[in-house]
Design a protein around this ligand. Structure first.
Ligand code: H79
Length: 442
């Protein structure tokens, strides 16, 4: 009898587990996903006490700095030129629809007021101002969304134990309570989403630091379900994403690619990362690293390369999150500001071919990519060729011309596709955009 009861209970629970829907995004969440995937361009900011050393955000790990010494940097953090509104205005001027900022990077220093540790910008620095809070206010005022980068990896805390692959030279004892660490993250996220109720996304990073082979084990080791549920319940429109370089876990609302346009794998981070049907975002750097680099940061990518990244991301149906590392004094390097302005001019003129478009129905070609909206195909010619061929059939071409009206385009439609004969581009044209209008929606 006992056995029968047990079997029934087991079967019932199996059935329940199967029948129980997994993560079902709320209405607010779906709405936020839509807004996010129409945004197409955001600015990423890596800024923390590491910026003071001018050698990127991994400096503590890369130079084997002990936590005991590193933490003293906080005592000298006084970014006298920090002006949240000025930053946000510059990003908005560049055409960004949202910004993502490091609320806490791998060094473990919180750039917001937190009750969970004194190692934060309000209680632990002479500056004493809540950087995340000020950026939140500025974003609200300017009408762009604030996303928060949040590191799961921590090089300073004892309870980040057992250690992962990095942060071994920080001088911590060989003991610590991992559950305490996870509770700490839970409490911080609760604070963030309660204090700043309109955060657009939590952008996790670092869970690759401890990565067992089994995905299920990986997920439960990091308490993903508990954390993702917390975020979704505290703030239903807040999106969740994680830069773990693998397929999204249940509960994530968009998929991140690091330094690769979806489908690429230049650095090994995107190996085997299939493109899913979630909204997509690719992040990349303007200079040499994410955090401020005093030697190399004058050497930013040229405008043509950034336009190429924006167009190629949009061509894959992805947003581009473009990073810049402010100086320790809170200013953004002038060359960076100039570039942002130029991006803004370009987005002003050509944004219609980027914002709220879909990835083009024609895959990337040697000459470039396509984006589309209803019955219009935007052909982004990033590498000039005199004639290009579009393998597009079954839809009648109604009109063809350069998007900015600066010249004619000869278009011939054949059974196999369309041949475009392009004018010579002016020398500083990073992206010659042809607008093709069709009889039916693409
Ligand atoms: O915040 C920026 C970087 O600091 C952070 N992500 C961006 C957005 C980042 N840190 N490292 N990486 C990205 C690259 C990851 C390297 C890895 Fe590995 C290679 C992770 C797993 C294999 C090296 C070896 C680090 C851990 C093991």
């Amino acid at each position: 009898m006992k056995r029968i009861v047990l079997t029934v209970v087991l079967l019932a629970s199996l059935f329940a587990a199967k029948a129980q829907p997994g993560y079902v995004p709320s209405e607010e969440n779906l709405e936020a996903r839509k807004e996010f995937s129409e945004a197409r361009f955001g600015i990423f900011i890596h800024w923390g006490i590491y910026s003071m050393l001018g050698d990127g955000e991994w400096v503590m790990n890369n130079r084997d700095i002990s936590y005991e010494e590193y933490k003293n940097l906080a005592g000298g953090f006084y970014p006298s030129k920090f002006d949240a509104e000025q930053w946000v205005k510059a990003f908005k001027g560049a055409g960004a629809k949202y910004m993502t900022v490091t609320s806490r990077h791998h060094d473990g220093f919180s750039m917001f007021k937190t009750e969970q540790s004194g190692y934060n910008v309000v209680d632990g620095t002479p500056f004493g101002r809540d950087v995340i809070g000020e950026l939140y206010e500025a974003c609200e005022k300017e009408g762009i969304k604030l996303h928060l980068y949040y590191s799961q990896l921590d090089w300073g805390r004892n309870d980040y134990y057992p250690r992962g692959n990095t942060g071994h030279e920080s001088g911590r004892p060989d003991s610590g309570d991992w559950n305490e660490y996870k509770d700490f993250m839970y409490a911080q996220l609760t604070e963030l989403l309660t204090r700043y109720p309109n955060i657009g996304a939590i952008w996790y990073d670092g869970m690759w630091d401890k990565q067992p082979e089994d995905r299920q084990e990986w997920k439960s080791m990091w308490d993903l379900d508990r954390q993702y549920e917390l975020i979704h319940s505290l703030s239903p429109s807040c999106l969740v994403a994680s830069n773990h370089h693998s397929a999204p876990f249940e509960g994530e609302d968009f998929q991140i690619f690091e330094r690769d346009v979806p489908g690429e794998n230049k650095s090994g981070f995107s190996a085997g990362q299939k493109i899913t049907s979630l909204p997509l975002e690719t992040c990349d750097i303007l200079g040499a690293s994410w955090g401020y680099d005093i030697c190399k940061d004058g050497d930013y990518k040229p405008l043509s390369e950034i336009v190429g990244l924006i167009a190629r991301s949009a061509g894959k149906g992805a947003n581009l999150l473009l990073n810049i590392g402010p100086r320790p004094d809170g200013s953004i390097p002038e060359k960076g500001l100039e570039l942002l302005e130029k991006i803004g001019v370009w987005m002003d003129r050509y944004g219609e071919t980027i914002y709220a478009t879909q990835g083009g129905c024609i895959p990337e070609q040697s000459w470039g990519v396509t984006t589309q909206k209803a019955d219009v195909l935007y052909v982004h010619v990033l590498n000039h060729e005199d004639t290009i061929f579009l393998p597009l059939t079954g839809n009648k071409l109604v009109s063809a011309g350069l998007f900015d009206g600066s010249g004619p385009v000869k278009a011939s439609q054949y059974k196999e596709g369309i041949v475009l004969t392009l004018p010579k581009p002016a020398e500083d044209t990073p992206d010659m955009i042809v607008e093709l209008r069709f009889k039916n929606n693409l």
